[in-house]
Design a protein around this ligand. Structure first.
Ligand SMILES: *[C@@H]1O[C@H](CO)[C@@H](O)[C@H](O)[C@H]1NC(C)=O
Ligand SMILES: *[C@@H]1O[C@H](CO)[C@@H](O)[C@H](O)[C@H]1NC(C)=O
Ligand SMILES: *[C@@H]1O[C@H](CO)[C@@H](O)[C@H](O)[C@H]1NC(C)=O
Ligand SMILES: *[C@@H]1O[C@H](CO)[C@@H](O)[C@H](O)[C@H]1NC(C)=O
Ligand SMILES: *[C@@H]1O[C@H](CO)[C@@H](O)[C@H](O)[C@H]1NC(C)=O
Ligand SMILES: *[C@@H]1O[C@H](CO)[C@@H](O)[C@H](O)[C@H]1NC(C)=O
Ligand SMILES: *[C@@H]1O[C@H](CO)[C@@H](O)[C@H](O)[C@H]1NC(C)=O
Ligand SMILES: *[C@@H]1O[C@H](CO)[C@@H](O)[C@H](O)[C@H]1NC(C)=O
Ligand SMILES: *[C@@H]1O[C@H](CO)[C@@H](O)[C@H](O)[C@H]1NC(C)=O
Length: 363
């Protein structure tokens, strides 16, 4: 819709439609009906495509379902800026089926900017990082992102993601980038040999820090906390671990203290021993699917986790990216309900009823 080439295409289509019409009129009245249909159709489309320039609603951006996007952020009382950071995946972004638009990401970032200043992303495909950066700039927000070079067992994926990452930093610089994650849970999934992962981290670090940026960019991977060992700590600039009380099978009423204890013992301690900083790259609670021992997915349990974890870690100064912003329908379709059900919000951006975010607003 916003691509000016599409308007050219439509214009040329309309011209040929008019020529076509002269011939058809000769053919008779029956065809005339079809032509009127045609004209109505093209007029409609051409009205729509004129939105891609300037119309009175003043926007150039549209969501996947063609709703215009207004760049004014209207504060929503259900949103509170309480998260150190949050994990974000656009709902329609699943390579190679990328039906997400910049407009969708702008709407998402309008909302996320009322929850936190920091966004962690999962990959470079479907323009996820480029759109998020563009949205932050268009909305004039003082926010930062952590892009991830997604790694699976396919080297083509890595090369594509790597190229996109360097395209991103060349285009936008690194002022709004807090760090670069080379893969997420790659060791856990056993996608590639661990040494290959560490070599890739090292390559990315060498390349980015040889570019002329006024900043040393931290480069790391994130993996589940139990995979943090000496070699892991040595390979990264800062130790990022996903710490999920749900998968420990604990009752939600002890999930926050379990998280702090686990993080301290398995992540902070080895990181400190090497003089490195650490952070919880994922922590959250799912709202659907089956229990694991005493861990029960539900919205009320997510509420309990938010109530016991957020303010406590904010006051302790524990850094974390909450997992995650939205339920993601494509994950449910591709994997299972559990994978797709960690959102604090529904894909339509409304908060899961009856969740109330805690009150410890961060600056
Ligand atoms: C759109 O509107 C703005 C502000 O009124 C104007 O500066 C700009 O030239 C317009 N662009 C087009 C393509 O009409
Ligand atoms: C966007 O929304 C704001 C607040 O509702 C309104 O004042 C403004 O005119 C809108 N902007 C455009 C370009 O429609
Ligand atoms: C501007 O675009 C919006 C979004 O498609 C549409 O709803 C509106 O009718 C358009 N306004 C004009 C004057 O074309
Ligand atoms: C985009 O996501 C919405 C919300 O999950 C879904 O209803 C819709 O079908 C998706 N659209 C496309 C084109 O994938
Ligand atoms: C943006 O945020 C950073 C870190 O939160 C802060 O140091 C900086 O002063 C802010 N910049 C502006 C222009 O507000
Ligand atoms: C790797 O990914 C590429 C591009 O997505 C695809 O064409 C190729 O078939 C994949 N290779 C394997 C072994 O899955
Ligand atoms: C669940 O409980 C069973 C039986 O006590 C135990 O063997 C298993 O390790 C537990 N799983 C988790 C994830 O705690
Ligand atoms: C947590 O829940 C379990 C099971 O419902 C209960 O036995 C236990 O007393 C609760 N613990 C706390 C600290 O509330
Ligand atoms: C958003 O989606 C949820 C879940 O599908 C639904 O319950 C809720 O009514 C929707 N809210 C709006 C404003 O559409």
């Amino acid at each position: 819709m916003v691509d000016p080439n599409i308007s050219d295409w439509l214009r040329s289509q309309q011209q040929s439609a008019r020529k076509h019409r002269i011939k058809v009129i000769i053919l008779g009245v029956i065809s005339l009906v079809a032509i009127i249909g045609c004209i109505v159709f093209f007029t409609k489309i051409s009205n729509k495509s004129s939105n891609s320039g300037n119309n009175s609603s003043g926007t150039n951006y549209f969501t996947w379902d063609n709703k215009p996007v207004n760049l004014t952020i209207i504060p929503n009382v259900a949103y509170k800026k309480v998260f150190y950071g949050i994990n974000y995946g656009p709902v329609n972004a699943s390579y190679p089926w990328c039906t997400n638009t910049l407009g969708d990401v702008i709407e998402d970032v309008k909302m996320i900017s009322q929850l936190t200043n920091r966004i962690r992303l999962y990959g470079m495909d479907c323009n996820v990082a480029h759109y998020t950066m563009e949205a932050i700039i268009k909305l004039k927000l003082n926010m930062t992102i952590v892009p991830t070079i997604w790694i699976d067992d396919n080297d083509t994926t890595y090369q594509r993601q790597y190229d996109l990452l360097f395209h991103l930093v060349k285009k936008y610089g690194v002022d709004k980038i807090d760090g670069i994650s080379v893969g997420n849970e790659v060791i856990f999934r056993q996608n590639i040999p661990i040494q290959t992962l560490y070599n890739r981290i090292s390559d990315v670090r060498t390349k980015i820090n040889s570019m002329d940026f006024n900043k040393i960019m931290p480069v790391f991977t994130s993996d589940i906390g139990s995979n943090v060992d000496k070699a892991f700590v040595a390979a990264v600039d800062t130790v990022w671990a996903n710490v999920h009380p749900f998968f420990a099978g604990v009752n939600v009423n002890i999930s926050a203290s379990w998280t702090f204890d686990f993080f301290d013992e398995f992540v902070v301690t080895p990181a400190k021993a090497a003089g490195k900083d650490s952070l919880i790259s994922e922590v959250g609670w799912p709202t659907a699917s089956n229990p694991i021992n005493s861990s029960v997915p539900s919205v009320l349990n997510l509420q309990t986790f938010l109530d016991t974890f957020i303010c406590s870690s904010n006051s302790k100064g524990v850094k974390y990216y909450f997992f995650e912003t939205f339920d993601i329908p494509w994950k449910t379709a591709k994997f299972d309900v559990l994978e797709g059900s960690w959102g604090v919000f529904h894909p339509n951006r409304s908060i899961k009823y009856p969740i109330i975010l805690p009150d410890c607003v961060l600056k």
